[in-house]
Ligand binder design. Structure first.
Ligand code: AMP
Ligand code: ZN
Length: 139
């Protein structure tokens, strides 16, 4: 299940070159061409899925098995003290390549990267109400 016009399918197939970090039966991992920091790796399922909601739990488990292999190696090589596993779904969330991918980004305590600006709920009731609404929608 690959798509001929998909950038990441073409990278997996070898039609487009990549800096491969890891590969197994289910996943392919390569360096992001525009890294947050050097070593920033993308892990993608070999099958084409548009976003994480198209994948089943088994498929996502292969990705996280790869994270647990790749991240320690990446940290060792880059001297990172931590890392993110970050995944954008849909354009509104910054997804630009519509083949599911997980960013593994090395971090150091003083590297200056900010992911979001914290906000707050109007009050505790609003927060409880939000949790209740989400619980009600979960299937
Ligand atoms: P996202 O914004 O979450 O969809 O992430 C897409 C990522 O793919 C970006 O961080 C890009 O820098 C990266 N990217 C795009 N083209 C390539 C490429 N040919 N090789 C490696 N990374 C790429
Ligand atoms: Zn694809």
């Amino acid at each position: 299940m690959q798509e001929k016009d998909c950038l990441f399918c073409r990278i997996i197939n070898g039609d487009i070159p990549s800096s491969k970090v890891y590969e197994d039966e289910f996943v392919y991992a390569f360096l992001d061409i525009a890294p947050g920091f050097p070593g920033h790796t993308l892990i993608v399922p070999k099958k084409h899925y548009k976003n994480i909601l198209d994948m089943d739990a088994k498929e996502t488990s292969h990705i996280f098995a790869a994270v647990q292999k790749i991240a320690p190696a990446m940290m060792k090589v880059t001297g990172a003290e931590g890392f993110h596993v970050l995944q954008n779904n849909n354009e509104a969330a910054g997804q630009t390549v519509f083949h599911t991918h997980f960013h593994v980004i090395p971090r150091k305590a003083d590297d200056g990267m900010t992911l979001w600006t914290p906000t707050s709920y109007e009050n505790k009731e609003k927060m409880l109400e939000m949790a209740q609404k989400i619980r009600n929608e979960i299937q």
